[in-house]
Design a binder for this molecule. Structure first.
Ligand code: F1X
Ligand code: MN
Length: 454
């Protein structure tokens, strides 16, 4: 079950900061310390709030958390070995076993370190250590240091959110009269808005910027040339064929699972897509999957999910609040549900999900379609490995395929599979940073039921 063997035949090595000058190297060297420093600043700025809420205990916890985080920053900047977790949360054992497996594989403990180990592993570990710093310091254990940035991202995207909700409510009004082609057109648009919504994450900019300022629907055409692979037609046929299979005895006909990425505008774009899927009858049930702790700066937690729906409901804009009220109703009625399995905040590649989190794998198997959002999910789907660009998406998945699945991702890490011969080279010569600036995107699809499409 070792997740990162470098020796598996035909499987390239994991991306790592040990390649000096690589994107992983710069991320660990520059972006990690910046993120930890921002967390420290945020806690410090909120000192008075902790005092008001918890008195002297709050101040003590603030000091102690900052000291843990400064230690963490020092460890990563000086390439110290990774340490076992000590906070007693439910996932500690699994994290520590993962560390031991790496140590065994490397032959010594020193070699499992920030700059020598797989980038995916150390990046997830950093966020888990931030969580540990809080958890070990009640009464502020539940504090989300990224909350301010996430809520700001939402408020700064208000115009775009209003435009999107107005569009959604317009479509819903005439849903019964839409031809299949018109329905497909709206589906494509909302899928694209959700795709480009992934430009809005806070981790890539180390917390600088994650809002959508312009009407997303108006820029879709101009963004079309930047979609490197577009298999959205397979997503549509999956939804249509799932409907055909609908039987009276089947408990949950056409269920779509959405593995969320970022809060703020991206989450709204996902909720709008989910609303469209349900109100058009393309799906009957949506299961959302989020994170159970603050993660990669802007990722959605249960709190962000509920907060976003409440804020949308409370908006002083007719169509926005109408959308929010509907979303709340979906949640109440169980048409929408939110889950946060600990696997999503572990460092595993998704090909290890069946072994590491069989219950989650079984859950996803019940879906007719799983939509994965964002760059981190792409990295985990493909194992964050140095694949050749022309390797097929299903090869890179290495057997992961609980259900037909699609990834909607803007490129923010130097990994990309499923391209045409020469396409990667051409992009590299035109724009050396094509894989890391969120300028390009992919919609890639895989189905374990592929015979259905042959
Ligand atoms: O998953 P997301 O939100 O699209 O992106 C997360 C991300 O910004 O975090 C990492 C940066 O350290 C990159 O791999 C990736 O681009
Ligand atoms: Mn993210």
């Amino acid at each position: 079950m070792m997740a990162t063997e470098l020796s598996v035949a035909g499987v390239p090595p994991s991306l790592s900061a040990k390649v000096v000058g690589s994107f992983a190297y710069f991320t660990v060297k520059d972006r990690f310390p910046t993120i930890v420093t921002k967390v420290i600043d945020t806690i410090h700025r909120n000192k008075n709030k902790f005092f008001e809420e918890y008195g002297e205990d709050g101040i003590q916890a603030e000091k102690q958390t900052i000291s843990f985080l400064s230690k963490l920053r020092n460890e990563l900047q000086t390439d110290k070995p990774l340490l076992a977790l000590t906070d007693g949360l439910q996932d500690v054992e699994s994290w520590n076993q993962y560390l031991q497996r790496h140590q065994r594989l490397e032959g010594d403990q020193e070699s499992v370190s920030w700059f020598k180990s797989p980038w995916l592993y150390v990046e997830c570990y950093m966020y888990r250590r931030i969580q540990e710093a809080f958890w070990l310091n009640p009464p502020i254990s539940g504090y989300d240091p990224f909350n301010e940035g996430k809520t700001q991202g939402f408020f700064e995207s208000q115009q775009a959110v209003m435009a999107l909700c107005t569009y959604l409510e317009g479509v819903k009004k005439c849903m019964d009269e839409l031809s299949k082609n018109q329905l497909l057109e709206h589906f494509n648009k909302l899928l694209l808005v959700s795709l480009w919504g992934n430009k809005c994450d806070l981790s890539i900019s180390a917390g600088q910027e994650n809002s959508q300022k312009i009407n997303p629907l108006e820029v879709l055409n101009s963004l079309q040339p930047f979609i490197l692979v577009d298999e959205s037609n397979m997503v549509w046929s999956t939804l249509i064929s799932a409907q055909k299979q609908e039987q009276p005895g089947k408990a949950t006909p056409c269920r779509v699972d959405i593995v969320l990425d970022n809060a703020g505008f991206e989450l709204v774009s996902d909720l709008v897509l989910a609303d469209f899927l349900v109100s058009s009858g393309l799906a009957c049930k949506i299961h959302f999957h989020g994170k159970c702790m603050p993660w990669f700066v802007s990722d959605v937690t249960a709190n962000d999910f509920q907060w976003t729906i409440r804020q949308t409901m409370a908006a002083n804009h007719k169509w926005m609040s109408k959308s929010g009220v509907q979303w709340q109703r979906y949640v109440k009625e169980g048409v929408w549900c939110y889950h946060d399995h600990p696997f999503w905040t572990q460092p595993h590649e998704f090909c290890d999900m069946a072994a590491e989190a069989p219950d989650l794998y079984t859950t996803l198997q019940r879906a007719d379609l799983v939509l994965f959002k964002g760059d981190l999910n792409y990295r985990k789907l493909t194992g964050d490995r140095a694949w050749d660009h022309t390797v097929s998406f299903d090869t890179a998945l290495r057997g992961f395929g609980p259900a037909p699945l699609c990834i909607l991702r803007t490129l923010k890490a130097n990994i990309q599979v499923g391209l045409q011969q020469g396409q990667g080279e051409k992009l590299s010569s035109e724009d050396p940073d094509w894989m890391t600036r969120g300028k390009y995107a992919v919609i890639q699809f895989y189905s374990p039921l592929s015979e259905q499409f042959n």
